[in-house]
Design a protein around this ligand. Structure first.
Ligand SMILES: NC(=O)c1ccc[n+]([C@@H]2O[C@H](COP(=O)([O-])OP(=O)(O)OC[C@H]3O[C@@H](n4cnc5c(N)ncnc54)[C@H](O)[C@@H]3O)[C@@H](O)[C@H]2O)c1
Length: 325
């Protein structure tokens, strides 16, 4: 089977292509990535040269390139996106172009080809923000209430995917996941930013009061869920992916700091992000009950593995630290 993964040189994409080829070594995998500042060829370099792997450097908004990349593909896993909230606030239009227009271009290429499943990777941020005290979590039926340029561009892309399913009968699935962490994540993001600061003996910047809560998941668990949904999920359905690890940002920094022999003095409070969502939390019951998914790696083990990976791979992240700061 030919599988196309967009955004394959990014954080989750590079983890996913390794995951996929370990489990399905006979599949032909085409990795599509524009290699923006967030895409790193190094993250898939060990796969280049393999007979059944190809990295196509292309923009998902380029219709001719996508028609070519998707020729003969049965499954498309769509992860390419602009993803960093702070960048979206400073300069939102690239987010609209890639996340909205780029997704529409891909959907059109799928519709004209012979794609049997388009799986769209999205975020919990499309549902808006929850209060710290309310017990509620988001479900697949929660209304869309995105509050920022990144989340609203992802929400728009989710709507487009549903529209291509309803209008043209394209077989699709959508997953919305919480905050991932693990190897190959750009140090502009929260967890690697904290770890790399700690490894360099620097303070760790923390927005506002540090009490914002995120629903954390180890990237390998997310990849397993993506594989399961793309292969066995019901066409037209959405699945929420959560390992049910709700944690405040300041508590997560404390856990990371403790692993590197540091205490609360490492925190440097910085002015809050504009429109900063307070809390995200997802109910993954559908994914558990319909597809039997369970996270395999506990939070502490996942944090240990992630700290170890950054400690062992400074050559991967050191060149990125300047631009991330
Ligand atoms: N990281 C998370 O916590 C998280 C959580 C939920 C959902 N998601 C979603 O998962 C997907 C992957 O996220 P990530 O954290 O790996 O992001 P990332 O920023 O690490 O990677 C994105 C990749 O997309 C590529 N890309 C960007 N614009 C492109 C374009 N126009 N054409 C082709 N490639 C392009 C980049 O080069 C990069 O390799 C995104 O769709 C994101 O919205 C991420």
């Amino acid at each position: 089977m030919k599988v196309v993964v967009t955004g394959a040189a990014g954080f989750i994409g590079s983890n996913l292509v390794h995951h996929w080829l370990e489990r399905h070594p006979d599949d032909e995998l085409t990795a599509v990535d524009a290699l923006t500042y967030a895409g790193r060829r190094e993250s898939v370099a060990d796969l280049e040269g393999r007979a059944r792997f190809e990295l196509k450097v292309a923009d998902i908004a380029d219709a001719a390139a996508m028609t070519e990349a998707l020729r003969g593909a049965e499954l498309v896993l769509h992860l390419a996106a602009e993803t960093h909230n702070d960048r979206a606030i400073a300069d939102p239009l690239p987010f609209v172009r890639t996340n909205v227009l780029g997704t529409a271009v891909l959907l059109e290429a799928c519709r004209k080809g012979d794609v049997r499943r388009f799986h769209h990777v999205s975020t919990d941020e499309v549902y808006g923000s929850l209060g710290l005290e309310e017990p509620r979590r988001f479900t697949e039926e929660s209304p869309y209430r995105p509050r920022g340029p990144y989340s609203s561009s992802k929400a728009a892309s989710d709507h487009l995917v549903r529209a291509w399913h309803e209008t043209y009968g394209l077989p699709v699935t959508i997953s919305n996941c919480g905050n991932n962490f693990g190897p190959y994540q750009h140090p502009e993001k929260f967890v690697p930013r904290a770890i790399t600061s700690l490894l360099r003996g620097e303070s760790v910047p923390l927005y506002g009061d540090g009490r914002n809560v995120r629903d954390w998941i180890y990237v390998a668990d997310h990849c397993e869920a993506l594989e399961l949904i793309a292969r066995r999920g019901r066409s037209g359905s959405t699945y929420l992916v959560s390992a049910e690890n709700e944690l405040a940002n300041r508590d997560l920094v404390a856990r990371l700091a403790a692993r590197l022999g540091r205490g609360p003095e490492v925190v440097r409070p910085v002015p809050d992000r504009l429109g900063h969502d307070r809390r995200y939390a997802l109910d993954p019951s559908r994914l558990r009950e319909e597809l039997g998914w369970r996270p395999r790696v506990g939070l502490d083990e996942a944090l240990d593995r992630t700290v170890r990976w950054y400690r062992d791979n400074p050559r991967w992240w050191s060149p990125l630290v300047g631009e991330a700061r």
